[in-house]
Design a protein around this ligand. Structure first.
Ligand SMILES: Nc1ncnc2c1ncn2[C@@H]1O[C@H](COP(=O)(O)OP(=O)(O)OP(=O)(O)O)[C@@H](O)[C@H]1O
Length: 271
Protein backbone atom coordinates (compact mmCIF):
# COMPACT_ATOMS: atom_id res chain seq x y z
CA UNK A 1 0.00 0.00 0.00
CA UNK A 2 1.42 3.40 -0.93
CA UNK A 3 1.76 5.89 1.95
CA UNK A 4 -0.90 8.62 2.27
CA UNK A 5 0.50 11.84 0.74
CA UNK A 6 0.50 15.03 2.80
CA UNK A 7 -2.76 16.92 2.45
CA UNK A 8 -0.84 20.03 1.36
CA UNK A 9 2.78 20.31 0.29
CA UNK A 10 5.29 22.33 -1.67
CA UNK A 11 8.27 20.74 -3.34
CA UNK A 12 11.42 22.56 -4.40
CA UNK A 13 9.64 25.90 -4.63
CA UNK A 14 11.72 28.85 -5.74
CA UNK A 15 10.43 32.40 -6.15
CA UNK A 16 12.45 35.40 -7.22
CA UNK A 17 11.54 39.04 -7.88
CA UNK A 18 13.36 41.61 -9.95
CA UNK A 19 14.37 43.46 -6.75
CA UNK A 20 13.23 43.60 -3.12
CA UNK A 21 10.05 45.61 -2.55
CA UNK A 22 11.85 47.72 0.06
CA UNK A 23 14.87 48.63 -2.06
CA UNK A 24 13.78 51.88 -3.66
CA UNK A 25 17.14 52.89 -5.06
CA UNK A 26 18.68 49.54 -5.85
CA UNK A 27 19.52 48.63 -9.40
CA UNK A 28 17.30 45.89 -10.79
CA UNK A 29 18.62 42.37 -10.37
CA UNK A 30 17.18 39.04 -9.33
CA UNK A 31 16.27 38.74 -5.67
CA UNK A 32 15.45 35.22 -4.48
CA UNK A 33 12.71 35.27 -1.84
CA UNK A 34 12.21 31.49 -1.59
CA UNK A 35 15.00 29.09 -2.43
CA UNK A 36 14.16 25.41 -3.10
CA UNK A 37 11.58 25.13 -0.31
CA UNK A 38 10.08 21.79 0.74
CA UNK A 39 7.19 22.08 3.19
CA UNK A 40 4.22 19.85 3.99
CA UNK A 41 1.38 19.18 6.40
CA UNK A 42 -0.43 15.87 6.93
CA UNK A 43 -4.11 15.43 7.76
CA UNK A 44 -4.76 16.34 11.40
CA UNK A 45 -1.28 17.78 11.86
CA UNK A 46 -0.37 21.28 13.07
CA UNK A 47 2.80 22.60 11.49
CA UNK A 48 4.53 25.87 12.26
CA UNK A 49 6.57 28.17 10.08
CA UNK A 50 8.57 30.70 12.04
CA UNK A 51 11.00 33.36 10.96
CA UNK A 52 11.99 36.97 11.34
CA UNK A 53 10.48 39.79 9.31
CA UNK A 54 11.46 39.51 5.64
CA UNK A 55 12.35 35.81 5.90
CA UNK A 56 9.81 34.84 3.22
CA UNK A 57 6.84 33.65 5.34
CA UNK A 58 4.15 35.65 3.52
CA UNK A 59 5.48 34.69 0.11
CA UNK A 60 5.48 31.02 1.12
CA UNK A 61 1.91 31.40 2.43
CA UNK A 62 0.73 33.01 -0.80
CA UNK A 63 2.23 30.19 -2.84
CA UNK A 64 0.95 27.44 -0.52
CA UNK A 65 -2.60 28.79 -0.76
CA UNK A 66 -2.49 29.13 -4.56
CA UNK A 67 -2.63 32.96 -4.54
CA UNK A 68 0.72 33.17 -6.32
CA UNK A 69 2.31 30.78 -8.81
CA UNK A 70 5.88 29.73 -8.05
CA UNK A 71 8.57 30.26 -10.66
CA UNK A 72 9.67 26.70 -10.19
CA UNK A 73 8.64 23.78 -8.02
CA UNK A 74 5.23 22.28 -7.30
CA UNK A 75 2.35 22.83 -4.88
CA UNK A 76 0.49 19.60 -4.18
CA UNK A 77 -2.98 19.18 -2.72
CA UNK A 78 -3.72 15.56 -1.77
CA UNK A 79 -0.77 14.60 -3.96
CA UNK A 80 -1.88 16.44 -7.13
CA UNK A 81 -0.21 19.55 -8.58
CA UNK A 82 -2.65 22.47 -8.13
CA UNK A 83 -1.29 24.28 -11.19
CA UNK A 84 -1.94 21.25 -13.40
CA UNK A 85 -5.41 20.58 -11.96
CA UNK A 86 -8.67 20.78 -13.87
CA UNK A 87 -11.48 23.16 -12.83
CA UNK A 88 -13.21 20.67 -10.50
CA UNK A 89 -10.01 19.78 -8.63
CA UNK A 90 -9.03 23.44 -8.46
CA UNK A 91 -12.43 24.32 -6.95
CA UNK A 92 -11.98 21.55 -4.36
CA UNK A 93 -8.54 22.93 -3.48
CA UNK A 94 -9.94 26.45 -3.06
CA UNK A 95 -12.67 25.16 -0.73
CA UNK A 96 -10.33 22.91 1.21
CA UNK A 97 -7.55 25.38 2.02
CA UNK A 98 -8.74 28.43 3.95
CA UNK A 99 -6.81 31.32 5.48
CA UNK A 100 -6.99 33.20 8.74
CA UNK A 101 -5.21 36.56 8.60
CA UNK A 102 -3.44 38.63 11.20
CA UNK A 103 -5.91 41.42 11.78
CA UNK A 104 -9.61 40.49 11.92
CA UNK A 105 -10.60 44.18 12.00
CA UNK A 106 -9.21 44.69 8.53
CA UNK A 107 -10.21 41.29 7.17
CA UNK A 108 -13.93 41.82 8.05
CA UNK A 109 -15.94 44.52 6.24
CA UNK A 110 -17.14 46.99 8.94
CA UNK A 111 -20.43 47.58 7.07
CA UNK A 112 -21.29 43.92 6.73
CA UNK A 113 -23.28 42.03 9.37
CA UNK A 114 -21.46 38.98 10.71
CA UNK A 115 -24.06 36.63 9.20
CA UNK A 116 -23.42 38.07 5.71
CA UNK A 117 -19.64 37.97 6.24
CA UNK A 118 -19.79 34.29 7.20
CA UNK A 119 -21.77 33.48 4.06
CA UNK A 120 -19.31 35.34 1.83
CA UNK A 121 -16.98 32.35 1.19
CA UNK A 122 -19.98 30.18 0.26
CA UNK A 123 -20.98 32.79 -2.32
CA UNK A 124 -17.51 33.29 -3.75
CA UNK A 125 -16.83 29.54 -3.85
CA UNK A 126 -20.29 28.95 -5.37
CA UNK A 127 -21.36 26.49 -2.69
CA UNK A 128 -25.14 26.34 -3.09
CA UNK A 129 -27.74 25.63 -0.47
CA UNK A 130 -29.30 26.96 2.69
CA UNK A 131 -26.38 27.42 5.05
CA UNK A 132 -28.29 28.25 8.26
CA UNK A 133 -27.39 24.98 9.98
CA UNK A 134 -23.77 25.42 8.96
CA UNK A 135 -23.72 28.96 10.41
CA UNK A 136 -24.98 27.66 13.77
CA UNK A 137 -22.49 24.80 13.69
CA UNK A 138 -19.38 26.91 12.95
CA UNK A 139 -20.32 29.58 15.49
CA UNK A 140 -20.60 26.80 18.08
CA UNK A 141 -17.20 25.45 17.02
CA UNK A 142 -15.59 28.83 17.76
CA UNK A 143 -17.50 29.39 21.02
CA UNK A 144 -20.04 32.00 19.86
CA UNK A 145 -23.81 31.84 19.52
CA UNK A 146 -26.16 32.84 16.74
CA UNK A 147 -26.88 36.26 18.28
CA UNK A 148 -23.60 37.28 16.57
CA UNK A 149 -25.17 36.93 13.12
CA UNK A 150 -27.16 40.19 13.23
CA UNK A 151 -24.36 42.27 14.69
CA UNK A 152 -21.55 44.32 13.10
CA UNK A 153 -17.77 43.92 13.59
CA UNK A 154 -17.44 47.05 15.79
CA UNK A 155 -19.65 45.39 18.41
CA UNK A 156 -17.00 42.73 19.11
CA UNK A 157 -13.63 42.63 20.85
CA UNK A 158 -10.47 41.72 18.91
CA UNK A 159 -10.50 38.16 20.28
CA UNK A 160 -14.17 37.65 19.36
CA UNK A 161 -13.50 39.05 15.87
CA UNK A 162 -10.66 36.60 15.36
CA UNK A 163 -13.08 33.79 16.39
CA UNK A 164 -15.49 35.13 13.75
CA UNK A 165 -12.70 35.19 11.13
CA UNK A 166 -11.92 31.56 12.04
CA UNK A 167 -15.63 30.70 11.75
CA UNK A 168 -15.69 32.25 8.29
CA UNK A 169 -12.68 30.16 7.27
CA UNK A 170 -14.45 27.03 8.59
CA UNK A 171 -17.68 27.66 6.65
CA UNK A 172 -16.65 25.73 3.47
CA UNK A 173 -15.57 22.77 5.63
CA UNK A 174 -11.86 23.03 4.76
CA UNK A 175 -9.22 20.34 5.33
CA UNK A 176 -6.44 22.87 6.00
CA UNK A 177 -6.38 26.20 7.84
CA UNK A 178 -3.44 28.45 7.03
CA UNK A 179 -3.15 31.00 9.84
CA UNK A 180 -0.79 33.90 9.12
CA UNK A 181 0.21 35.59 12.42
CA UNK A 182 -3.31 34.95 13.82
CA UNK A 183 -2.63 36.31 17.31
CA UNK A 184 -0.01 39.00 16.82
CA UNK A 185 -2.62 41.80 16.51
CA UNK A 186 -4.41 40.67 19.71
CA UNK A 187 -3.90 41.64 23.34
CA UNK A 188 -1.53 39.25 25.07
CA UNK A 189 -4.30 38.41 27.56
CA UNK A 190 -6.51 36.89 24.85
CA UNK A 191 -3.85 35.37 22.60
CA UNK A 192 -3.92 32.07 24.54
CA UNK A 193 -7.70 31.73 24.04
CA UNK A 194 -7.33 31.94 20.26
CA UNK A 195 -4.33 29.57 20.29
CA UNK A 196 -6.35 27.08 22.37
CA UNK A 197 -9.25 27.38 19.94
CA UNK A 198 -6.96 26.53 17.00
CA UNK A 199 -5.55 23.55 18.90
CA UNK A 200 -9.07 22.32 19.73
CA UNK A 201 -10.12 22.58 16.07
CA UNK A 202 -7.14 20.45 14.99
CA UNK A 203 -7.95 17.84 17.66
CA UNK A 204 -11.75 17.80 17.35
CA UNK A 205 -12.24 18.26 13.59
CA UNK A 206 -9.09 16.52 12.37
CA UNK A 207 -8.13 19.75 10.57
CA UNK A 208 -4.60 20.41 9.41
CA UNK A 209 -3.11 23.70 10.56
CA UNK A 210 -0.25 25.69 9.06
CA UNK A 211 0.65 28.30 11.64
CA UNK A 212 2.90 31.17 10.51
CA UNK A 213 4.48 33.53 13.01
CA UNK A 214 7.64 35.39 13.96
CA UNK A 215 7.32 34.28 17.59
CA UNK A 216 8.67 30.79 18.27
CA UNK A 217 6.77 30.50 21.56
CA UNK A 218 3.28 30.77 20.00
CA UNK A 219 4.27 28.34 17.26
CA UNK A 220 5.67 25.93 19.85
CA UNK A 221 2.46 26.11 21.87
CA UNK A 222 0.23 25.36 18.89
CA UNK A 223 2.04 22.92 16.62
CA UNK A 224 3.40 19.36 16.47
CA UNK A 225 6.33 20.26 14.21
CA UNK A 226 7.87 23.53 13.11
CA UNK A 227 10.25 24.82 10.47
CA UNK A 228 12.44 27.88 10.79
CA UNK A 229 12.75 30.00 7.65
CA UNK A 230 15.51 32.55 7.13
CA UNK A 231 16.61 34.30 3.96
CA UNK A 232 14.13 32.26 1.92
CA UNK A 233 15.45 28.87 3.09
CA UNK A 234 14.21 26.37 5.65
CA UNK A 235 17.17 26.22 8.02
CA UNK A 236 15.81 23.80 10.63
CA UNK A 237 12.75 21.58 11.20
CA UNK A 238 11.75 19.60 14.26
CA UNK A 239 9.42 19.19 17.20
CA UNK A 240 9.04 22.69 18.72
CA UNK A 241 10.38 21.56 22.09
CA UNK A 242 13.61 20.44 20.37
CA UNK A 243 13.93 23.76 18.55
CA UNK A 244 13.55 25.53 21.87
CA UNK A 245 15.83 23.41 23.98
CA UNK A 246 18.46 22.41 21.41
CA UNK A 247 18.38 24.98 18.57
CA UNK A 248 21.03 24.09 16.00
CA UNK A 249 20.84 26.82 13.36
CA UNK A 250 21.99 30.30 14.44
CA UNK A 251 18.68 31.73 13.16
CA UNK A 252 16.76 29.36 15.46
CA UNK A 253 19.01 30.39 18.34
CA UNK A 254 18.12 34.04 17.60
CA UNK A 255 14.40 33.25 17.69
CA UNK A 256 14.82 31.44 21.03
CA UNK A 257 16.72 34.35 22.54
CA UNK A 258 14.07 36.79 21.24
CA UNK A 259 11.44 34.84 23.21
CA UNK A 260 13.64 34.71 26.31
CA UNK A 261 14.36 38.44 26.07
CA UNK A 262 10.66 39.30 25.78
CA UNK A 263 9.75 37.03 28.69
CA UNK A 264 12.47 38.32 30.99
CA UNK A 265 11.45 41.88 30.04
CA UNK A 266 7.86 41.11 31.02
CA UNK A 267 8.78 39.50 34.31
CA UNK A 268 11.11 42.45 34.98
CA UNK A 269 8.17 44.82 34.49
CA UNK A 270 6.00 42.75 36.79
CA UNK A 271 8.41 43.05 39.73
N1 LIG B 1 6.05 41.15 -4.88
C1 LIG B 1 7.27 41.40 -4.39
N2 LIG B 1 8.17 42.09 -5.12
C2 LIG B 1 9.42 42.33 -4.64
N3 LIG B 1 9.86 41.92 -3.43
C3 LIG B 1 9.00 41.24 -2.67
C4 LIG B 1 7.66 40.93 -3.09
N4 LIG B 1 7.05 40.23 -2.10
C5 LIG B 1 7.95 40.10 -1.10
N5 LIG B 1 9.10 40.71 -1.44
C6 LIG B 1 10.33 40.76 -0.62
O1 LIG B 1 10.63 39.44 -0.25
C7 LIG B 1 11.15 39.39 1.08
C8 LIG B 1 10.32 38.44 1.91
O2 LIG B 1 9.03 39.01 2.08
P1 LIG B 1 7.86 38.27 2.87
O3 LIG B 1 6.74 39.26 2.97
O4 LIG B 1 7.57 36.97 2.23
O5 LIG B 1 8.57 38.04 4.30
P2 LIG B 1 7.90 37.79 5.71
O6 LIG B 1 8.74 36.76 6.39
O7 LIG B 1 6.46 37.47 5.57
O8 LIG B 1 8.07 39.18 6.43
P3 LIG B 1 7.03 39.95 7.38
O9 LIG B 1 6.93 39.12 8.65
O10 LIG B 1 7.68 41.29 7.59
O11 LIG B 1 5.75 40.05 6.62
C9 LIG B 1 11.15 40.83 1.58
O12 LIG B 1 12.45 41.37 1.39
C10 LIG B 1 10.15 41.52 0.68
O13 LIG B 1 10.45 42.90 0.54
Amino acid sequence: MSPVPPVLAMEQVTQAYSHPRTALFRAPGTFTVLDCIDFHVHAGEAVGLVGESGAGKTTLTRILTGMEKPQSGRVLFEGADIWQAGPAERARFRRSVQMVLQNPRSSLDPRMKIGTALLEPMRSLRIDGNHLDRLTEVLGQVGLDTSALERFPHEFSGGQLQRIAIARALMPNPRVLVADEPVSALDVSIQAQVLNLLKDLVRDLGLSLVFIAHDLSVVAYTTHRASVIAGGRIVETGPPVELFTRPKAPQTQNLVSAVLTVNSGLSGNAL
